[in-house]
Design a binder for this molecule. Structure first.
Ligand SMILES: [Zn+2]
Length: 425
């Protein structure tokens, strides 16, 4: 029985075929932002090393270990990975140790094709970004469009909450995927909810003190930081703590679901339309995947582990394919121009361009921490002069939800991209 397992591992290993050269290609193409990791990652003919700030080898992956370490990083949780990283260091595993490492992993089984329900067996996670679906919460996140009729040459006042657009898109996409048999997980259950399944104000009332108390007791925050957090208002608390804390929770619940792929839904704005007080003439469509690490990211062990996962597994290639299909469908269904690196400053200053139009590697928290192929979609600019009128409409009912044709077309674009992607697989 054990030999059979080893043989199966071997067959699987050949089809997977990670090599040092392939990892170097991913490092150059997606991961190493402006050569900033050159002193921290070293590629030899038969090993990859992570170096500490003094240039000493801290972690090594030898050629024969690549496949096994990729499997560990793809199929275990963050606690296991942290222990594994610290315990392994630069030691070289024997072939036998590699095999036993692999046999103990709970690897996802292949899906059996079902023609009437083609997505049966697939687990898909959807994260509708943000949570502010009223002016108070949306102002804290700064994720809303509010144009007052009298101050501008427009027919009516405009009030758009990104959280609501994201949630409605996720809701429609979930229903579409479920109709084809997929199991779908949403990170939040209502348009005004955080991923803790309550709104921000309620979370503050019920959880703030308990959470910061426990962080202080475990010495994870300093006394000064504790008192600052304890006494600050909801706005400052969001930027100083809650934003990243909640994003990490989103990736945690997504990873617990063990998705085959993840869809992170956002709607963009024109960054050049500063303060968003009037409509913009610009509109571009784009999507992000992981990558674009900088040296500071290596201050944290968690980031090094995420880096290694993206380096050793095929997740970046898969994400690029999924994101490329998503952008093509946005472009086709919504008739919006695809962004290039000159369309916005953050594309030039913070992202690496990939081989596919409109797809950029960007080191966003979710792009880094979600453990599956993913697309972080930015379908359109909400403040565009055409979109504001369309997004304000509520003239279409889909799966019992009142919305408009733009939101429907965004959901359909994700659905079409996912269907094609899973067929290619
Ligand atoms: Zn957003």
């Amino acid at each position: 029985m054990k030999h059979l397992l080893v043989l199966l591992c071997l067959v699987f290993k050949i089809s997977f075929s990670q090599t040092i050269q392939l990892c170097k290609l991913k490092f150059d193409r997606y991961l190493n932002f402006n050569a900033s990791l050159n002193d921290l990652v070293k590629f030899d003919e038969d090993a990859i090393y992570l170096l500490d700030k003094n240039g000493s080898k801290e972690f090594a992956i030898y050629k024969h270990e690549l496949y096994y370490i990729a499997s560990v990083l793809e199929n275990t949780n963050d606690v296991f990975q942290k222990n594994f990283f610290l315990k392994k260091g630069i030691q070289k595993f024997s072939n036998r140790e590699c095999d036993s490492l692999h046999i103990n992993l709970n690897i996802q089984k292949n899906i059996t094709i079902n023609n009437s329900l083609p997505l049966k067996g697939f687990r898909i996670a959807i994260d509708p970004g943000h949570f502010g679906a009223n002016l108070k919460d949306a102002k804290i996140e700064f994720k809303y469009i509010y144009f007052i009729k009298d101050s501008l040459n427009i027919n009516d006042s405009v009030k758009i909450f990104e959280s609501e657009l994201n949630f409605n898109t996720a809701f429609i996409l979930k229903k579409m995927l479920e109709q084809k048999g997929a199991s779908v997980f949403l990170t939040r259950n209502q348009k005004n909810f955080t991923s803790f399944n309550c709104n921000y104000t309620d979370w503050i009332k019920t959880n703030k003190l308990r959470i910061i108390d426990s962080l202080k007791n475990e010495n994870l925050i300093s006394n000064d930081h504790y008192f600052k957090l304890k006494n600050c208002d909801e706005h400052d608390f969001f930027y100083d703590f809650f934003r990243d804390f909640e994003l990490l929770h989103r990736s945690q619940v997504i990873n617990e679901f063990k998705p085959h792929l993840s869809i992170i839904i956002h709607y963009n704005v024109d960054e050049k339309n500063d303060l968003w007080l009037k409509p913009s003439k610009n509109n571009y469509t784009m999507a992000f995947i992981g990558g674009a690490f900088v040296a500071d990211n290596f201050d944290k062990i968690e980031n090094k582990i995420n880096f290694l996962r993206l380096l050793c597994t095929n997740q970046l290639f898969k994400s690029e394919t999924l994101a490329g299909l998503t952008v093509m469908n946005f472009h086709k269904n919504l008739k919006i121009q695809i962004a290039d690196k000159n369309s916005a400053l953050y594309l030039k200053d913070k992202c690496l361009t990939t081989n596919l139009p409109g797809v950029f590697s960007r080191n966003l928290l979710l792009c880094r921490t979600v453990n599956s192929p993913l697309v972080y979609g930015e379908s359109l600019y909400q403040d565009n002069e055409f979109e504001i009128t369309e997004l304000m409409k509520s003239d279409k009912e889909i799966f019992g939800l009142k919305t408009n044709s733009r939101v429907f077309l965004v959901a359909k674009s994700y659905f079409d991209a996912i269907s094609t992607y899973l067929k290619i697989k």
